[in-house]
Write a protein that binds this ligand. Structure first.
Ligand SMILES: [Zn+2]
Length: 236
């Protein structure tokens, strides 16, 4: 195999290695995991404060119930006294009747408040149910994504090691000067070796000169006169 073909292989290997590095880094998955975690935390916080409201509401209902029972008891006592015949003063009777009316009124208000509170608690509990379900879903998504990430990572790491070894072997077979040019021309994800297609450099799409084509045919290493990439004339 000639040198340029080996270099071409090296470049393909490097692309594969770079792709694996990207996979190993898994920036997108990490970003998504972070997003899910944030959503989960926000939902959890909402659920906690919801729980607090439910507890407070229930406590208030219990207190109202006790208060109502006390008022009922006092109402009964007053009523018994009023109709027992003990009280004979019209003024006193009138005051007692007024007291009964007021108590009745307060009880009614308490009952209204209680039924409103009950409705509120019910709504909150409904929200709580939905929130718990949401949390569960988020947790499942997070877990399966994490699992996928871990598995992919292990697989990619194994492959990565194999490719690195293969690269080491391949590099040994390539002329040092050529390797140096390759490393110099190759920047980031850009390619260093490009195919000559229809007499044009496929890197910059400029025509390759007749002289360069001649050198290529002779098996020399030729760089594109325009972009400097190393030209590869594939044998057809
Ligand atoms: Zn070029």
């Amino acid at each position: 195999m000639n040198q340029i073909e080996l270099l071409w292989q090296l470049q393909n290997l490097d692309s594969e290695i770079m792709e694996l590095e990207r996979k190993l880094n898994a920036a997108e998955i990490k970003e998504r995991l972070k997003e899910i975690k944030l959503k989960f935390d926000a939902e959890k916080e909402k659920l906690d404060s919801n729980k607090e409201l439910v507890d407070r509401g229930k406590k208030e209902i219990r207190a109202s119930k006790t208060k109502k029972e006390e008022l009922r008891f006092s109402f009964q006592k007053t009523e018994e006294k009023l109709y027992s015949g003990i009280v004979s003063s019209a003024k006193q009777m009138e005051a007692m009747q007024k007291n009964l009316d007021e108590t009745q009124n307060t009880i009614q208000k308490l009952e209204d408040k209680m039924s409103q509170l009950k409705q509120e608690v019910e709504d909150l509990e409904e929200e709580e149910k939905k929130g718990k379900l949401k949390l569960l879903r988020l947790k499942n998504t997070f877990d399966s994504l994490k699992k996928e990430y871990t598995e992919n990572r292990q697989e990619a790491a194994k492959k990565y090691e194999a490719l690195k070894e293969k690269r080491q072997e391949l590099v040994k077979t390539i002329n040092k000067n050529l390797l140096r040019s390759y490393n110099r021309v190759k920047t980031g994800t850009d390619t260093a070796v490009v195919l000559v297609e229809d007499g044009k450099c496929s890197g910059c799409h400029m025509e390759v000169s007749v002289l360069c084509m001649q050198h290529l045919k002779e098996g020399s290493i030729v760089s594109c006169e325009t972009c400097g990439r190393i030209l590869y004339q594939r044998e057809s």
